[in-house]
Design a protein around this ligand. Sequence first.
Ligand code: SAH
Length: 392
Amino acid sequence: MESVRLKPGKEKVIHQGHPWIFSGAILQKANVPPGTIVQVRSGDGSNMGVAFFNPKTNIALRMISRTTNVMPDEHFWHERLQRAIELRQWIIPGQTTAYRLIHAEADGFPGFIVDRYEDICVISITTAGIEKIRDILIKIIQELIRPAAIYEKSEGSSRKLEGLSARTGWIFNNSDKEEWTVRENGHLFIINPVHGQKTGFFIDQRNNRQLIGSLSQGKKVLNCFSYTGGFTVYCAKQGAQRTISIDSSKDANQMAIRNIRINNISEKDHSVIEANVFDFLRDDGERFDLIILDPPAFSKSRHDLEKAARGYKDINLHAMRKLNPGGLLATFSCSNFVHDELFLKIVQSAAADAGKQSQLLQTLGPGPDHPTLLPHIEGRYLKGLLLRILPG
Ligand code: SAH
């Protein structure tokens, strides 16, 4: 195995358990193609473990293991997948057949995501390293999970950075279906991995949907950026008097209506509206007891942070004004670059400008099937605040 040597002192990051080493920390590169597994050596030449190496990217090394110095083989990856499966068997609630099985770095697979929907898997590869061992990974998934189908959705800007083009399509599909009905805490959702956003569903919000649903009995709920009605179904099933779901996507709204129907929810009291949330929140109409703001990532890089911050502030400010006094706001950001502290600041300044006082009831994050490595806390992209908004 070729080796890559770090500058003196730079091995500290590895000791701490961070999964990434940036190109600036490297003293001596290996002359190998992107994605090759290399031995990592510290400045004084000692073995630090093995990593995927990409000489072309800013994240040059992605650690695979600190405790082995030999080439990971099929058995190694098999054990890793087994470890990921064990966690899910432990933490996934009953009546739930949609969950994340592999959450990239946090499960020891840098740049690899596997979501499980009933008896199928949807996979996504974003690094050259995982791309190189793709066949092995598909084989072990088949051995350990025996899915009826695997759909691949490997796309996005990080793939481009790694020198890879997009690849989407069925790896195999032994069922005659293109849509699956999953259960989440007993609620039904139709998933279409081909046409849906992400791998088909926003699985990371499962626990937050359960919490918000439990707070909605007898309340009027506004679900902004509702996608296929995840929060809506929970709220309606747990007794919300009325819900309005807002999304700008016709396809998402059609699916939300189908999800409302299959859960036997009254369409009369639970309406789905195609609109731009920014406009809807501004109109001086109905007031609500509970508002959910779960927008797409407004920031895709460090460069558009300011614009993103303006967007978050705008929707939070107007949502606060649309709440009945003492109402609840569940507000989220899934932008990588908008870290917890910045998000809190944005929401604080929205409350100040709206002339409201707010009580922080609970901080929110992704479900436990989306773990974060503790030294890589910046990888925890989904953050949320549950607030009670008081007049002045
Ligand atoms: N809360 C959802 C996930 C939201 S994903 C769930 O639990 O499943 C973000 C959604 O915002 C997408 O469906 C997208 O179509 C929608 N969207 C993006 N910009 C919008 C805008 N300006 N107005 C309304 N919807 C928007």
